[in-house]
Design a protein around this ligand. Structure first.
Ligand code: ZN
Length: 136
């Protein structure tokens, strides 16, 4: 079922995030020098330039900023269509995520800008859990 799924690139800057999803946590990178939150993760703080970084635990709730419905081309390990949204987390960072259980209704996908979402985790195997979003 999940054979052929596209696995994320997990590097030094994003390890904390995937360790988090494996533990059922949504983590946001935080600068240890000035406290600024940022996503996607990176080595240096865009606010103050510091390299000292940590993370905080997100509440796992947010709001749809925008979305696209992907119908084509095929995505390995996925049944189309899939809904990909830009989600404004309540902590103030923006994250890309798949929204599930908003499959096509008669008038298209049941999602709209401003809709409240809650994160869930789709366990792929022992090493990988992918965050997915559901209607809150
Ligand atoms: Zn900083």
């Amino acid at each position: 079922m999940t054979a052929g799924i596209v696995r994320p690139m997990i590097g030094r800057d994003s390890r904390y995030f995937w360790d988090g999803t494996a533990a059922g946590e949504l983590r946001i990178q935080r600068c240890n020098a000035c406290g600024a939150l940022r996503h996607p993760p990176g080595p240096a703080c865009p606010s103050c330039g510091a390299l000292d970084r940590g993370h905080v635990l997100a509440a796992g709730t947010g709001t749809v900023f925008s979305y696209v419905v992907h119908r084509h081309p095929p995505v390995p390990g996925k049944e189309l269509p899939i809904v990909i949204a830009l989600i404004d987390l309540d902590e103030g960072v923006r994250m890309v995520g798949e929204v599930v259980d908003v499959a096509d209704g008669d008038d298209g996908p049941e999602i709209e800008i401003g809709m409240r979402l809650r994160v869930d985790f789709n366990r792929v195997d022992d090493e990988l859990s992918l965050p997915v979003w559901r209607r809150a």
